[in-house]
Write a new protein. Sequence first.
Length: 460
Amino acid sequence: MTTEFDLGALLAERGAERYELHTRHLNHQLPRMLHTIGFDKVYERAEGAYFWDTEGNDYLDMLSGFGVMGLGRHHPVVRKALHDVLDAQLADLTRFDCQPLPGLLAERLLAHTPHLDRVFFGNSGTEAVETALKFARRATGRPRVLYCEHSFHGLTAGSLSVNGEEGFRDGFAPLLPDTAVPLGDLDALARELRKGDVAALIVEPIQGKGVLEAPPGWLRAAQELLHRHKALLIADEVQTGLGRTGDFWAYQHEDGAEPDLVCVAKALSGGYVPVSATLGRDWIFKKVYSSIDRVLVHSASFGSNAQAMAAGLAVLSVMENEQIVANARATGELLKSRLAALTDRYELLADVRGRGLMIGIEFGRPRSLKLRGRWTMLQAARKGLFAQMVVVPLLQRHRILTQVSGDHLEVIKLIPPLVVGEAEVDRFVDAFTAVMDDAHDGGLMWDFGKTLVKQAVANR
């Protein structure tokens, strides 16, 4: 006897319990945090760059699921590809055949990366990084990987070892014997390379934490230095890849930069099926898979599954047919220039930086005595509270979802879907201007700031 499963009925019956279910069965701190800052919304549906709540109000998404929703939510081409692959009832994941979709997706990715030759498919960004770390160690025969201070490369044990944020590392030692160097510091890189045990340097072309970019020319110079010492360059493009920065890969902004391994995930999924890819040189893959006996020396249970491959192929098709990279570049330049023009107007606004649709808005110590006193109060309680004070009214008053770019940072990171245009730029800039006007006039957001201070002190 077959019992039907009715997803719609289940959601209708139990959907209202969402926050209680998380509190009881999942990470109990997540609903607590959302309740504290007033982000405990109930979103019913989504499309493109927008959400809608139960009352039909629209919300502009400037976060895109931490970069996953590069094409926005529920793109029709990706949806159709997934319907098609499910309807095809392919003989998927037999493990003892070669299905066409993985080869076709690898071919399409490598067409955008002509200096690389082969691809390994996994399921998440941290898996892509773990793959690159393993491949670099195996290919060079060396144990140590260098990473940059303030970097983020994932949270599994290997990728955590090259994570530049101490808050994520605390309590999980011992990790792998990897070493941090300052972003953009060639002398520090050279000192470590002279020790002769370095397999690779892993770097985000633009760091997600703080939206920080190395000085011009550093990436290519680092690559040349690494190769001189027979070490590899790994580009972590998990968030920056697939058009985010106005180029297909963020490293392509620098002439001559050709990483030996490239990691990508997030937007490749189309927002539906987890997928990651690690692209690399032929000789590296042949070092790893050196004989028939080692054919499964590195693999993933769900890697190269048909649904993920179909999603990836559909994403690349949309990117080409709808000129997604060009839109990210043009819209990003418009948004960045509109925001940068406000730095003279608001003394709390210190900097606007980034490339394409990956933009950092940094706040800093104001000049006027009244604002400086309030700023100092927040900084004494916990660095990063002012940025949170901006994020909250953007959502509560203007229905715009954004994020603080890292713990203890006074930086908001904008990573909207790559399909946004001038209308979304206008909406965000108008809302941001209203929030900054309130901050400089001593409005209601400072009352919320006092609440955040109390919460910060209570959590110490």
